[in-house]
Design a protein around this ligand. Sequence first.
Ligand code: NAD
Ligand code: UDP
Length: 339
Amino acid sequence: MKTILVTGGMGFIGSHICVSLLEQGHQVIIVDNLCNSNKEVLNRINQITGKAPIFYSVDLLNEEALSAVFKRHNMDAVIHLAALKAVGKSSQIPLSYYHNNVSGSLVLLKVMEKYEVFNLVFSSSATVYGAKNPIPYVEHFPLSATNPYGRTKVMIEDILQDIFHADSRWNISLLRYFNPIGAHPSGLIGEDPKGIPNNLMPFITQVAVGQRDRLSIFGGDYPTPDGTGVRDYIHVVDLALGHLKALEKLMASSVKSISAYNLGAGKGYSVLNVVSAFEKASGKEIKYSITSRREGDLAEFFADVTKANNELGWQVSRSLDEMCEDAWNWQRKNPEGYS
Ligand code: NAD
Ligand code: UDP
């Protein structure tokens, strides 16, 4: 049994990771300031696993409070998810994004160094591949970003490269997520965005429960098979299991390293593919209109997942149909999310 700190563990992806960690017998410590999550998540995790994570309502920017958590628990590793993640908002309030995501990571790294915790799994994103790389994306491609949110991820990856090269006690896994959707099959935890969803799947599920009138499909004239944008969707449970594999590798290897891994399904689906898979899974009609393109969107991207397959021994096992079934199961059982 290991003791794992999960920053942002109350959020969409973090809650699924906590379930997987607890199911594998690890002790889980969550640090989250609840700025985009709900305390009810703790009860739900307990209902699924029969175990409770230890929760601290702490902001990563609060060095003193974070240090107190490290002082109390002997961590074996940290999974660092805590971040603000809305691409559009990041262009409106870039300072808040840089402060929260970059300064928050710096505080965390400083405290980790002080308490000599050097195993780190970092939540990065496919957005670090920028707008110019060919598809599929491979880990060695040059990194860039087209918005402040993406730049925080590129900056943090750069910072992590620098600290690894300065001090080889660090042992770091950079996980670049593609498009996580779906929910735990119990329907007890899932994605609960505040306000109007920015992302495709929560928008679709809210149309299905009647909270939104219709989906706007952002662009029908892309150079893709049906003209709508193509993305690499990954079931959030498969994504969570990827973290366990990355942790196992970090903790088993005697040679310290920093490595990036794409976590995706390795294939693309269009917006219309997702809409029809969801209609099949839910039996609900999803009304939509094709509108203009969303600024900054790319036509198509998906992952090359060879490296994660070979080095982590990880691959996805859940289909787009299961992603839609589980997303619908969550939304249908929790039409208002956790509140
Ligand atoms: P989320 O908003 O559901 O979870 C993030 C959690 O971090 C929230 O519970 C929030 O309250 C917490 N948090 C934010 N700032 C904090 C701070 N300063 N101190 C303490 N807690 C703080 O988001 P998610 O979808 O679960 O994403 C988790 C991570 O994965 C993020 O780093 C995100 O950038 C990354 N990611 C997400 C996606 C996606 O599509 N969801 C894709 C690629 C990468
Ligand atoms: N999308 C859409 N309508 C929405 C939200 C998203 O048509 O209300 C499209 C978007 O243009 C992209 C795909 O769905 O082609 C996935 O978008 P999302 O925001 O979920 O992820 P990202 O853009 O980060 O890949």
